[in-house]
Each structure stands twice: as structure tokens, then as C-alpha cells.
Design a protein around this ligand. Structure first.
Ligand code: ADP
Ligand code: MG
Length: 342
């Protein structure tokens, strides 16, 4: 007999009961969680922000190299990243699953273990969801709620000329992590005996499989007394996110190539794949760092922050959105981010 439990042996309600076993509530705004027809949330005087993201098997994730636990973590983290990009604090999520018959109860428990870990890290309550069957792959839809003091949400449309342009962490790693994993998958498909060659690649692979939302930076900016003038999270590459801020704010930008933050392992891996690391930074995706602008007067508060790099400044719209090379040449930034319909 298999040690795994089939989904139909447990049924929808049995599965929901199993999955909710480890769910703990920690936010005072959560009045009622899983178990009734709807959850109850009491936002008080704050404004609520809402965001949702859908992950589809073989479009957004590949289970040949993505462990379900990581996938669960990532499904929550990418939503928290959107909440962070509004300068809000995440408070609740709801999770909807469409599961095909080839998944076991244990597999879904793995997925939920990852989500539970993320909920614990980001102090988010899992308050509900929906469970249904799928004829093809796994579909995970997460909706996140967050709260922000009235007037403190940070939009994409409010950058001003002369603002500093800042990014958190380093960029380009997640894209190269994906290239590595794809390469190993192809090698494995060609010869199942082959051992994966991922030694010394833990950082970039981790950037792909287990991204972290930068809630830490949101809290630190608040402590520093820096209120970003505009903000967006970097899910599709720096270039496309910068264009979003510039077009919505009706401004231009000058970003300096030699200021772009990049990890040594990202550089080494780019060289291995003969890809320009600048391309990975500008057009790669899934780094889930934050891109924000701040007033010039905040320069001293930001310049020595270990997780924040000032990469350029906002200019007049007429000057365009440019990447300035070390030799001083300005190249117009074009959107080449991931297009789902391409
Ligand atoms: P209904 O049929 O009224 O929509 P369900 O049986 O779908 O109710 O859900 C019962 C409870 O379990 C609800 O609180 C719902 O939010 C929760 N729930 C269902 N599926 C999930 C899931 N995948 N993750 C978390 N909670 C879930
Ligand atoms: Mg339902």
C-alpha cells in the first residue's frame, strides 16, 4: 500500500481540515479565520490594500525543480512583495487551489508548510480560500490584504524630478537561478543518471526558488523617517519597473550602470552563460526587490544603508528614461520584461 494519501480518499472537506491544522492567527484585525462562509476582518482606522497573484503549473512554476514547500513560500512572498510596494503591512491572505488528481494530500501539506512558514515570517494570517479540482496542473491563487495609515500608501505615480532612485538588495540573480535550473532539467531529461551541477550556486538558485519580500526595508525606511515618493516591486526586471514609475509619474530617469547592485555569484553565473549581467538586471525577473524614489534631502539617511543602493535620479520627462554607461553614454531603456502573451 502507498504511504501517500490520495485526495479522493480524504475529500474536499477532509483536505481543508488537514491543511488548516497548523494555521495560527496572530493579527488583531483578524476577527474570524477559516471555517465559516467568510472571514471577518476589522481594519480599524487604517486603509486596506488588496492584491492577488495566480500561479499556474508550467507557466509560472515547474515542479521538476521547484519543491512544493518553496512554491508555497513563494506564492505568499510575491503577494507580500506587492503589499510592501504600497508601503503597507500585510495582514491576511486567502488561498485558492485547483488540484489535479495526481497530487497527494501529503504534497498539498508540503505546499501549505511553505505557506505557513511565509505567514509566520511576514506575520500574516491565512484566513480562508477555496479548494477545487483541476483537469491539468496545479493552480494556486493567493490574495493578500494589508493595512496602511491613511495617506501613507506609496504609489507608482508620484515620483518628482530630482528625486533619488533607489533599489533594495541586488538584482539579476533570480533570472540566472532559473537558467541554471533549466539547464539541469535538460541534462536530467537527457540522462536521468546525471547529478545536478549546482555547487556554489546556492545564492542564485535560492533567489529563484525562495524569494523574500522586502518587508524588512519597509520597516527600516519608516524608522529612518524616509517616506518614499514612489515605489514598485521588481518582479519583471528593473527596466520595465522603472518605465512604469516614469510613465505613471510623467517623468524621466537617469540610472547609472556602474551603480547597479549585483552579487558576485550572479556575475560569475552570467559569465558562465555568456549573458550580459546588465541584461539580467534590466530584463530578468523575479528578484522581488523594491524600486523606490526618495527626496534628495533624504540622501544622508539612505547613502550608507547596507540594503539600499542609490542608482540614479529622476529627470524631466523630455530627457527620457536612460541607462548611463560608465563611459557616460545614455541608452534609452526599453521594456523587455516577461510578457505572458508573447
Ligand atoms: P463554501 O462552500 O461556503 O465556499 P468551503 O467549503 O469552500 O466553503 O470552505 C470552508 C472554509 O474553508 C472557508 O472558511 C474557506 O475559506 C476555507 N477554505 C477552503 N479552501 C481553503 C484553502 N485551500 N485554504 C484555506 N482555507 C480554505
Ligand atoms: Mg468554497
Amino acid at each position: 500500500m502507498s504511504e501517500y494519501t490520495s485526495l479522493d480518499s480524504l475529500g474536499e472537506f477532509g483536505l481543508i481540515r488537514r491543511l488548516q491544522e497548523h494555521v495560527e492567527l496572530q493579527n488583531p484585525s483578524t476577527v474570524l479565520g477559516i471555517g465559516d462562509d467568510a472571514a471577518i476582518i476589522e481594519p480599524g482606522q487604517k486603509q486596506m490594500v488588496v492584491t492577488t497573484d495566480m500561479l499556474i503549473e508550467n507557466v509560472h512554476f515547474d515542479l521538476t525543480f521547484c519543491p512544493l514547500k518553496h512554491l508555497g513560500y513563494k506564492a505568499v512572498a510575491v503577494n507580500v512583495s506587492d503589499i510592501a510596494a504600497m508601503n503597507a503591512i500585510p495582514t491576511q491572505i486567502v488561498v485558492s487551489l485547483a488540484i489535479s488528481a495526481r497530487y497527494t494530500v501529503e504534497a498539498m501539506e508540503e505546499l501549505y508548510e511553505g505557506m505557513r512558514l511565509a505567514c509566520e515570517n511576514y506575520k500574516v494570517d491565512l484566513v480562508g480560500g477555496d479548494t477545487t479540482s483541476s483537469r491539468s496542473g496545479l493552480v494556486i491563487s493567493v490574495t493578500a490584504l494589508g493595512e496602511v495609515e491613511k495617506g501613507k500608501a506609496v504609489l507608482r505615480s508620484t515620483a518628482q524630478v530630482n528625486d533619488l532612485i533607489c533599489v533594495t538588495g541586488d538584482l539579476g540573480g533570480a533570472y540566472l537561478g532559473l537558467q541554471l535550473l533549466e539547464r539541469e532539467k535538460q541534462a536530467f531529461l537527457a540522462d536521468p543518471e546525471t547529478q545536478p551541477e549546482l555547487e556554489g550556486k546556492d545564492y542564485v538558485v535560492g533567489r529563484q526558488l525562495r524569494p523574500e519580500a522586502r518587508m524588512d526595508v519597509i520597516h527600516e525606511l519608516k524608522e529612518l523617517g524616509v517616506h518614499p515618493t514612489s515605489m514598485i516591486d521588481i518582479s519583471d526586471g528593473l527596466g520595465s519597473e522603472l518605465l512604469h514609475i516614469c510613465s505613471q509619474s510623467r517623468v524621466g530617469a537617469a540610472v547609472f550602470q556602474d551603480k547597479l547592485p549585483v552579487d558576485q555569484q550572479t556575475l560569475d553565473t552570467a559569465e558562465e552563460f555568456k549573458i550580459d549581467p546588465v541584461t539580467c538586471i534590466m530584463n530578468g525577473g523575479e528578484d522581488y526587490e523594491l524600486l523606490f524614489t526618495a527626496k534628495l534631502s533624504d540622501y544622508d539617511k539612505l547613502k550608507n544603508h547596507p540594503d539600499i543602493t542609490i542608482i540614479g535620479k529622476i529627470t524631466d520627462a523630455a530627457e527620457g528614461v536612460n541607462l548611463v554607461t560608465p563611459s557616460g553614454n545614455a541608452h534609452a531603456i526599453k521594456a523587455q520584461g516577461w510578457n505572458h502573451f508573447a
